[in-house]
Design a protein around this ligand. Structure first.
Ligand code: DX5
Ligand code: ZN
Length: 218
């Protein structure tokens, strides 16, 4: 199975001190920074855009894992690539030609990833795996749009299916990950863990990241 990695989501950082939030995550042992981009159309919330990716990339050395919760990702790819995104996740539910958009991300030298919402059937992404259009799959374990929601356990079945199909893929889980849920996600084959509110509310983020990593490895 690919390497276990912890990705703090800066959606849960203090927006008045975002650069410090990125540096704090890196110093605490984060493997990547997860940047949640929301357009107010695909999801009922607006967060931030490519300039925040640029800021994060300028402040830390770890990769930028960029989650595009936008209706038309194809219109914004270049801006996110130029800003310093390493992985770009698009939603299977977005209004775009998915293979074409994933191919465009790869052609620009970045890692393409596909994301699916809790209620979206796992079969919808089979083509992405069979054709290796993606390096990473992100399973949403909350309804996208907001941090701090509760983990939805029924998505675990989808994770297990994806892991059975593709032992090579980076399998990420996003939403409600904390010290109570990380082991459940690990048991169904996830190896990348996004955690926002849980990590940023800690006094000792390094200890919390180390604990998540340890539980995921067991
Ligand atoms: C939700 C975002 C998540 C969110 C996770 O739409 O995609 O990345 O920041 O937040 P927590 O860890 O608080 O559930
Ligand atoms: Zn996310």
């Amino acid at each position: 199975m690919p390497k276990i990695q912890i990705m703090p989501s800066i959606l849960a950082a203090d927006f008045g001190r975002l650069a410090e939030g990125c540096k704090r995550a890196e110093e605490a042992g984060a493997d990547q920074i997860h940047v949640d981009v929301m357009d107010g159309v695909f999801v009922p919330n607006i967060s931030f855009g490519p300039d925040v990716v640029r800021m994060s990339a300028a402040n830390v050395k770890i990769p930028q894992n960029v989650h595009l919760m936008v209706q038309r990702p194809q219109d914004h790819l270049e801006k996110f690539v130029t800003a310093g995104s390493d992985t770009i996740q698009i939603h299977i539910e977005a209004k775009c030609d998915v293979p074409e958009t994933l191919a465009a991300i790869r052609a620009m030298g970045r890692r393409p990833a596909i994301t699916l919402n809790p209620e979206t059937p796992v079969e919808s992404i089979f083509e992405c795996l069979e054709n290796r259009w993606v390096d990473e799959v992100l399973v949403m374990s909350v309804h996208p749009g907001f941090g701090g929601q509760s983990y939805i356990a029924y998505v675990e079945e989808k994770c297990a299916t994806i892991r059975r199909m593709a032992d090579w893929v980076d399998l990420a889980i996003d939403g409600g990950i904390d010290d109570q849920t990380v082991a459940r996600a690990a048991a169904v084959g996830c190896n990348l863990y996004v955690a926002g509110s849980y990590l940023f509310k800690q006094d000792d983020m390094a200890a919390a990241i180390a604990d998540l990593r340890k539980q995921a490895e067991e």
